[in-house]
Design a binder for this molecule. Structure first.
Ligand code: ZN
Length: 343
């Protein structure tokens, strides 16, 4: 997979140029709380991209997605592309947004139908984290696997689950909302309004609090000297690279919080692989190894059982856009409208 942006140089036109359907272009659009990241995918490679801020109204947002599709199509695509959208929030089987904390102005909007109208072609609409998991399955760390969970740890925790060689969508399309697994009874408040949910204790903001607490206790004095200021969660990657052993305690405490949710996933799914991605995982193998140790200590059967293989995600911040493009290709390639495959 070369979803790294450098492939912008590969600027050939997309069309049915005799190479069969592999040469067709697939546009994938990741609608996040602050930006819309759009890519053109051909034969599993990003050949073009476009990034715009997310408008804060329903009509402007839909117009921005349609506009990005038109612009990418005009730049490199000569054949009708398929279009897939990944969007932050609960997306039902018809491509309608039921609830989106980060895009509250889109609640209740039938995104698939509205975009189908605006673009004049079928559009697949999926939850962004499910789309990212799909990308890792087809082109990244999950290639060839039939049972894995992808966990993306950033501002919150998102996820997607492949079970029995299928993307798990649930009865309504809402499966894989793993950030809201309860892990501590009456624990810290979660962004969703609940308490003690996994992302309230194991996402970026919680890591920031652990770093702050360790600094207060005087555990991170050398880190402070290296940085010339108080460390934050985003400094951990650098501090690990600088081999400051004093950060290990904080990383281990955070790893145990991450392992609490993974323990639940392992108990329910028995996955062969857990793929961990998102900005927090930029800390790298040190964090991955600490998560693995804590998970083995927690999970039923522990060292006696086959533990899932822990892997870092490979596709990075384009994963949701790439996965949306791949889902659009799979669901809309015959140009029949199908927001989701038949159950
Ligand atoms: Zn929650």
């Amino acid at each position: 997979m070369t979803a790294d942006g450098s492939s912008r140089t590969d600027h050939g036109k997309c069309a049915d140029d005799g190479q069969g359907s592999g040469a067709r272009c697939h546009i994938g659009i990741d609608v996040g709380g602050t930006k819309i990241n759009s890519v053109t995918l051909r034969s599993g490679r990003i050949i073009d991209r476009l990034r715009v801020p997310t408008p804060r109204s329903e009509n402007a947002l839909l117009a921005a997605v349609a506009g990005a599709t038109a612009e990418l199509t005009g730049r490199t695509v000569t054949d009708a592309p398929t279009v897939g959208v990944g969007i932050a929030g609960m997306v039902d089987r018809d491509g309608c947004i039921v609830h989106s904390p980060n895009l509250a102005w889109m609640d209740g909007v039938d995104v698939a139908s509205r975009l189908n109208e605006a673009i004049g072609a079928p559009v697949s609409v999926e939850n962004d984290a499910n789309a990212a998991a799909f990308a890792e399955w087809k082109l990244g760390a999950g290639v060839g696997e039939t049972d894995f969970a992808m966990v993306s740890i950033g501002t919150g925790i998102g996820g997607g689950i492949i079970v029995g060689n299928r993307l798990l969508t649930g009865a309504n399309g809402f499966a894989g909302e793993i950030g809201h697994i309860p892990v501590i009874a009456d624990g810290p408040a979660c962004a969703c309004g609940g308490r003690g949910h996994w992302e309230a204790i194991a996402a970026g903001p919680a890591l920031g609090q652990l770093v702050e607490a360790a600094t207060e206790r005087g555990e991170l004095r050398a880190s402070q000297r290296v940085l010339g200021r108080r460390p934050t969660a985003t400094d951990l990657e650098l501090l690990v690279r600088e081999q400051l052993a004093e950060v290990r305690g904080t990383i281990d405490r955070f790893a145990d919080a991450v392992a609490r949710g993974l323990e639940t996933l392992v108990a329910i799914l028995d996955p062969a692989v857990l793929i961990l991605g998102g900005g927090v995982m930029d800390i790298g193998p040190v964090l991955l190894d600490a998560i693995g140790s804590n998970l083995e200590a927690r999970v039923e059967g522990g060292s006696a059982r086959q533990m899932p293989d822990l892997r870092l995600a490979q596709i990075g911040s384009d994963a949701a856009a790439v996965g949306a493009a791949l889902l659009g290709a799979e669901r809309c390639s015959d140009n029949r409208f199908a927001a989701r495959p038949p159950a």
